[in-house]
Every structure is written in structure tokens, then in C-alpha cells.
Design a protein around this ligand. Sequence first.
Ligand SMILES: NC(=O)C1=CN([C@@H]2O[C@H](COP(=O)(O)OP(=O)(O)OC[C@H]3O[C@@H](n4cnc5c(N)ncnc54)[C@H](OP(=O)(O)O)[C@@H]3O)[C@@H](O)[C@H]2O)C=CC1
Ligand SMILES: O=C(O)C1=N[C@H](C(=O)O)C[C@H](O)C1
Length: 243
Amino acid sequence: MARIGIIGSAGRMGQAIAAVLAASTEHECAGGVDSGGDVAALADASDALVDFSAPGALEANLHAAIGAGIPLLIGTTGLGEGEMTAIDNAARAIPILQTGNTSLGVTLLAHLVEEAASKLGPDWDIEIVEMHHRMKVDAPSGTALLLGEAAAKGRGIDLASNTESGRHGHTGKRAEGAIGFAALRGGTVAGEHMVYLAGEKERLTFTHLAEDRAIFAHGAVKGATWLIGKAPGRYSMKDVLGI
Ligand SMILES: NC(=O)C1=CN([C@@H]2O[C@H](COP(=O)(O)OP(=O)(O)OC[C@H]3O[C@@H](n4cnc5c(N)ncnc54)[C@H](OP(=O)(O)O)[C@@H]3O)[C@@H](O)[C@H]2O)C=CC1
Ligand SMILES: O=C(O)C1=N[C@H](C(=O)O)C[C@H](O)C1
């Protein structure tokens, strides 16, 4: 039985993961922490940790996982450059999987978007639209950024220097080769992502609709279990799902 510890256990995702673990005969929940909890003690009682909390928790989570010598799956979004560097450094000591979306559908979608962006070329404008529940605190979503990275990779460009986000007012025309982002918030939407490739007189759209956050929870448990026994390094959901 793989013992999975949940960071952010009382949150929406934490509860969804606890439900998946409770229904599993191959996993058990090693416990959970929220703000002010003892993550080092949780790590000592776990075979792997999953983190669905907040960026401010990252440093302590990495420290705890390294201290216990166990893998960490990071699903928390809104991470900045400094946090990505901290993950790279920690991945020299333990296996880490960081992703903005643990679902099978989005992992496959990223693959398709990369392929489409590579085949269609820079005269096809790429726009990414996402909608989430009213409680979400970061934008664009981690998934939108992941899809943007896939598009940028397919096109052979750097995402950060080619992003157009949150247009408002007299913006001027669209920058050539830009990847655009728009974020909608409302209601209880678990997660909707649309990638548009808009060319001359034709348009290709890819859509992923998450109907329930259970899909993220199943992916997180699968990913964390897959990490157990792996060599230190950074892994992705593509590795887990063999895509
Ligand atoms: N990668 C993926 O597939 C997915 C990623 N997410 C991401 O997961 C994160 C959590 O989402 P969601 O569950 O909806 O958010 P919630 O706000 O519902 O839950 C967050 C939980 O994290 C806890 N938390 C906050 N700070 C810390 C800390 N420093 N240490 C330990 N626990 C802490 C909170 O506890 P307290 O109230 O005590 O502060 C709360 O219980 C978000 O970044 C979201 O974008 C969500 C869905 C899928
Ligand atoms: O906060 C959420 O709810 C979600 N966050 C992730 C993101 O930022 O993309 C994944 C999913 O879309 C739900």
C-alpha cells in the first residue's frame, strides 16, 4: 500500500484526493496538513507527498520531502521563476513532478497543441482562453500556461517574451507571433480551456472541459505513486502516462 501525504488537505483538491485514496485498495492516506501544519512529520509518515496548496508553502514542502527522501508531486499553480529554480535544485535530491494539470485529457491536449503549432507556422495566431470557479486566485491558470508553453515549444519561441495577456483599452494590433491569454472567473467551473489557432479565413480550436476535479485527483495519485522508487529528477505527466 503506497502511503500518500496530502499538503492542502482541507482544500477543494485535498478533499478530492482524500476521496480517491479512501476508495483505493492500493493506496492509503498518510494524513494531511494545511497552513501551520507539520509537513516534516507528514513526510516521515508518507511514501510520497502531493502538494495542492499555495506557492508560499513550496520551500517548506521541498525541504520536508528532501529530509524524508521521498518524492513530491506539485500541483499548486501560480509559481514564479524563483520557485521553478527551487524545484530544479530540489530535483537533484528527490524525484519531483510539477504540473499545472494532472489530467489525462490536458496532458494529451498539450501534445496535440505542440504538434499543431509546429505544423501550422507563425501566421496562425494562438489564443488561449480559460474559465474557472469564482474562488480561483491565480491567472492565467497553470493549465493555460502549460498549453502556452506547449504552443511556444512547437513554434520554437520563448513564451515569456511572446505573451499578450489581459488586453484592455487601446491595445494596438496584435503583436506578430504572440500567444494570447484570457481568463474568465465565475460559479463553480472545475476548469475549461480552449486553444484557438486562427489563420486566414479558417480557425482550429481545441477544447478541454473538466467536469469534476476528481480527474485531477486521480491523476495526482497516479503521478505520485509512479514517482515512488524513481531516480532524483524532474518528471512530467507525459512520463507518467507514456504520451
Ligand atoms: N495541477 C492540477 O491538476 C491542479 C492544480 N490545482 C491547484 O491546486 C491549488 C489548490 O487548489 P484548491 O484545492 O482549489 O485550493 P483551496 O484554497 O481549496 O485549498 C488550498 C489548501 O491549501 C492550504 N494551504 C495554504 N497555504 C498552505 C501552506 N503554507 N501550507 C500548507 N497548506 C497550505 C489551505 O489551508 P488553509 O486554509 O489552512 O490556508 C487550503 O486547505 C491551487 O494552486 C490550484 O490552482 C487545482 C486543481 C488541479
Ligand atoms: O484552481 C483550480 O481549480 C485549477 N487549477 C489548475 C490550473 O490553474 O490550471 C488546474 C485546473 O484547471 C483547476
